[in-house]
Structure formats: C-alpha cells, structure tokens
Design a binder for this molecule. Structure first.
Ligand code: NAD
Ligand code: AKB
Length: 317
C-alpha cells in the first residue's frame, strides 16, 4: 500500500477521558502542530483545544471527516470517539450509530486516503460465556450493545486490513483510571469516581457489589500501550491487530475501597448495585495478554498501590 497523503495525526473524541491524555502525549512526541484534536463537543478551555490545532468534527459526518483529513494533511487517525457501555444501554441506536457508523467513516477515509488507524476495542467484547481469565482468542458473545459494537469494530478492522491493506490496530482496553478527565459513561467509572468522592465527601456509594472483580489499568500504562502498538513495526503485528488483550491490574471494588481508605482517613464506602452490575458481571475478571507481550513487548507498570498513590496525589494537585 502506498504512503498516506499527509503525515499529521488526527484524534477523534479527543475531549474524552483517553483523548485528553493521548493528545498531550502525542503532541510531546511529534510536536504540537502535528496533532489535530477533534470532537463533537466544544470546550474552549480544554487543554486539547488550547494546546494545539482543534477541529469540531462528528465522526458520523463522512464528508466533513474527509474534508478535515484533506485540509489538515492527515496520515494517521487515533479514533477514540464512541459511546461507552452504560450510556450505550440507555441509548442503543446512538451507540450503534456512533460506534459502528463512526468507525466505518474512519475506515473508509483510511482506504481512500491511505491512512493508518488506531481504533480501540474493550474488554466488553467478552460475554458471560467467555473464560473469567479471558484469552486472546475465544467466542465473543457480549450481551451489552456496546460490547457488540466493539466486536463489529474488531471485525471491520480485520476486513479493512485483509481486503484493502489498511493498517488498523487496536487494543481491548480494560477499565481505565485517570484523574485529568472524568470517565465517560462506562461501567468501570466507579473506579474513577471513588477517588473524587473520597477526597470531596469522604464517602462513596459504589454502584457494583464489593466482590465485583474487573480488569483495570492506570491511564499512563494505557497511553504507553497505545503508542507502543502504533509505533511497532508492521511485521510484528499479528492476528490480534483488531484488538489486542492487554492486562493491567485486576481487583474487586471492595479491595479498591480498602486501598482508598488506607490513604484517605475516615473514608467510607457503601455498595449499592444498580443495572451496571449486570454489565460488569458479563465481563471477565482478568485478561491474558501473552500475544501483546510477544508481538510488541507489552508490560504494565502500575499495580493497585501505585495507581492509588498516583490518583490521590494527582487529584490533590
Ligand atoms: P469518552 O466517553 O471519555 O470520550 C469519548 C469522546 O467522544 C467524548 O469526548 C465525546 O464528546 C466524543 N464523541 C461522541 N460522539 C461523537 C461524534 N459523533 N463525533 C466525534 N466525537 C464524538 O471515552 P474514552 O473513555 O475516552 O474512550 C475512548 C475509546 O476507548 C472508546 O472507543 C472506548 O470504547 C474505548 N475504551 C475506553 C475505556 C475506558 O475505560 N475509558 C475502556 C475500554 C475501551
Ligand atoms: C466501560 O465501562 O464502558 C468502558 C470499557 C471497559 O469499555 N470503561
């Protein structure tokens, strides 16, 4: 496949939890003018808007997307725009339109303009029938709408690679924990919200049961993984290119509450499960990431203690 028409980077959904930090990391790596942040929201004071080029752009507007790719001389897209699991169950049509429709917009532009693409997947691709320690390869039968859109995204990525040679890569992120930007309507949001609530009120009502165990990861590890995958030589990328499992930390909500209580005097947590318990129960406890380890040398740095220390010192400023 011939090279892309440009060599700048476009990030979709840049004002979200991951984009806020990925744009900063990419601008440090490539220079601020080389990275165009975009989102359907307008937040004039956001660091992605004040720190470099920004375009208002909806990923379901294929013509608008094409125009931005041409005008900004884009060669690589980090496609983060999406509707996450909890919002997706409330608004299933919107979730399919943005997650599947938006990915098709990006992949079609990639085919036409010879772009490289990063399109993340999620642990939500696994359903209740998958092993609780999720392997890279197994039947993917998610029960959430969001999970179904992520399975479709992985299949689209493989199809565009096989049929058109579009270099699309992705990671099945675990629940991501960070302090710079709020979590965006997912099931794993409790693992972010608990830190804010602990420091603001000394108390948190957690919406999953104490014994709920999910794969999680500190944002710095996720950003490092994303850049490592995209920087890896094309020959090292194997059959998991549409969605590599990556493992960070696996802990229960109760263990997280205890770790927060050890750092925030008098912190208390009650567990009051709501509908999101069902989504969490359908996902694995932990992830086997041996393919990411062998293909592009992935290894997480943060354990639960390091994550809690980083969150609390980050939020205290
Ligand atoms: P987020 O909800 O925080 O951000 C998504 C951004 O997309 C928002 O800023 C929103 O305004 C934007 N957006 C929504 N509709 C849009 C549209 N039509 N056009 C352009 N932008 C639009 O999400 P995130 O946590 O940053 O997730 C980014 C990606 O990573 C998603 O694909 C998500 O599925 C995946 N992921 C995230 C996590 C996590 O824990 N954060 C875990 C697994 C996978
Ligand atoms: C969500 O909870 O929806 C996301 C995810 C794991 O994909 N954080």
């Amino acid at each position: 496949m011939a090279g892309a028409s440009g060599n700048r980077i476009l990030v979709t959904g840049a004002l979200g939890q991951i984009g806020t930090e990925l744009v900063e990391a990419l601008r440090l790596q490539h220079g601020k003018d080389a990275v165009v942040a975009s989102d359907v929201r307008d937040l004039p004071d956001h660091s992605c808007v004040t720190g470099g080029p920004y375009r208002h752009l909806s990923v379901i507007d294929a013509n608008g997307f094409d125009k931005v790719v041409r005008e900004e001389e884009i060669g690589t897209v980090y496609h983060l725009a999406a509707i996450l699991s909890a919002t997706g169950e409330k608004k299933p049509e919107l979730c399919e339109r943005i997650n599947v429709g938006g990915t098709i917009t990006v992949l079609e532009a990639a085919r036409k303009h010879r772009l490289r693409v990063y399109a993340p997947s999620s642990i939500a691709v696994f359903g209740p029938d998958a092993p609780k320690h999720a392997p890279q390869v197994c039947s993917l039968n998610p029960t959430t709408i969001y999970g179904k859109t992520k399975v479709t995204g992985e299949r689209l990525a493989m199809n565009y690679w096989k049929q058109y040679g579009v270099d699309v890569r992705g990671i099945r992120y675990p629940g991501l924990i960070s302090y710079r930007s709020p979590a965006g309507g997912g099931t794993t949001d409790y693992a972010v919200d608990i830190f804010h609530a602990a420091l603001e009120n000394g108390h948190y009502d957690c919406f999953v049961k104490a014994e709920t165990r999910l794969p999680m990861m500190y944002m710095d590890d996720a950003i490092r993984a994303t850049i490592a995958l995209m920087d890896a030589p094309i020959d090292s990328i194997g059959s998991a290119r549409g969605g590599y499992n990556i493992s960070g930390i696996s802990f229960t909500a109760g263990e997280l509450a205890d770790a927060v209580a050890a750092r925030v005097p008098d912190f208390t947590c009650d567990f009051r499960p709501d509908v999101r318990q069902e989504y969490a129960d359908s996902w694995p406890d932990s992830i086997d990431d041996s393919m990411a380890q062998s293909d592009w040398h992935w290894k997480a740095d943060y354990d639960l203690n390091a994550l809690c220390d980083a969150m609390i010192s980050g939020l205290k400023g």
